[in-house]
Ligand binder design. Structure first.
Ligand code: ZN
Length: 317
């Protein structure tokens, strides 16, 4: 199910003079550094856990830069402004600074030419949305270059078509083996405005092996309010989007896939809880051997206390 919350990306490509940054910077390491000094103290307090989680998210996914890129992370100014009232546009973001090329990749950097820079503007009317973490993760994706630095890096020469090597190869594995490009946003708004290449294509119907539609990717234009077993945190980042970050000059983790959570009660490990699990369950019960799928009450032991929840899973009650 989708919310009506539309995330647009109005690209701020502005010459942005960053204030002094007193934090230590470690060369060669990717780091997200937020500057929230433009927010009120109440907004800072409210947003602090979200910023910390967003920083951790991207610093886990991006592990550094590709050879030849001498940067140490990104400085992102977080500000709040009235954009369009509740819902609609929740926030907008883009890179700011001077355009430079390092190791064949174009970034926007600050005056010191040692870090990228960006700005995220949160709509004051949407500051408390329950989707704020996904909103921030999405906007930082733009600040890092997703959709905002495609053209400068010759990754999307035609409307709606992403052709970067890493991104396309990942998309062929994940979604469409015969694809010649990754479909990007290619919309015409009611007023005739063209909105192109800033996101993945929201209307792409393809799903991955886990049933995750690429239209629900974190970097699709409409933020999704979904959950599924493989993606309890909603708005997953596809391996396609991950690979696109490599096309933009970052080193990343190998995959965003998470190991599916164990199916409690599935004692024979076939992926389902059925009567054929009974014999296996009794086996673990009588030997006391531990199997997480047999630990139906999740207390760290497989014993008679697991019988009642096992029967519940088995009967669906
Ligand atoms: Zn966006």
């Amino acid at each position: 199910m989708k919310s009506n919350s539309l995330l647009t990306c109005i690209i701020f490509v502005c010459v942005f003079a960053l204030g002094s940054n007193a934090q230590a910077q470690t060369p060669g390491v990717f780091e997200v550094r937020f500057n929230d000094s433009a927010l009120t103290s109440q907004q800072q307090t409210e947003l602090a856990p979200t910023l910390a989680a967003t920083k951790s998210y991207w610093e886990t996914i991006i592990t550094g830069y590709q050879p030849g890129v001498n940067l140490d992370g990104i400085d992102i100014v977080v500000e709040a402004a009235a954009i369009d009232g509740p819902n609609g546009i929740l926030a907008q973001a883009g890179p700011g600074g001077f355009r430079v090329t390092r190791g064949g990749f174009t970034f926007l950097t600050d005056r010191q030419f040692n870090s990228s820079a960006g700005v995220v503007t949160i709509d004051t009317a949407d500051f408390s949305t329950n989707l704020i973490l996904d909103v921030l993760k999405h906007e930082v994706g733009h600040a890092l270059g997703f959709g905002t630095l495609f053209d400068l890096n010759d990754l999307s020469p035609d409307p709606g078509e992403y052709i970067g090597n890493e991104g396309l190869a990942a998309y062929q594995i994940e979604y469409d083996s015969s694809a010649t490009f990754v479909p990007l946003q290619n919309d015409t708004l009611p007023d005739g405005t063209r909105v192109i290449n800033g996101h993945l294509d929201e209307n792409n119907p393809l799903s991955d092996a886990f049933g995750r539609a690429i239209g629900d990717d974190l970097m699709s234009p409409i933020i999704s309010n979904i959950t599924n077993a493989n993606n309890p945190s909603q708005n997953f980042l596809s391996d396609t989007s991950l690979a696109i970050m490599r096309d933009l000059g970052y080193e990343t983790i190998a995959t965003t896939y998470v190991v599916p959570p164990p199916v409690l009660g599935d004692a024979n490990l076939d992926g389902f809880v059925t009567f054929s699990d009974i014999a296996s369950f009794i086996g673990f019960l009588t030997t006391g051997e531990y199997l997480i799928q047999a630990d139906c009450n999740e207390d760290g032991d497989v014993n008679f206390m697991d019988i009642a929840p096992f029967i519940s899973f088995l009967t669906g009650n």
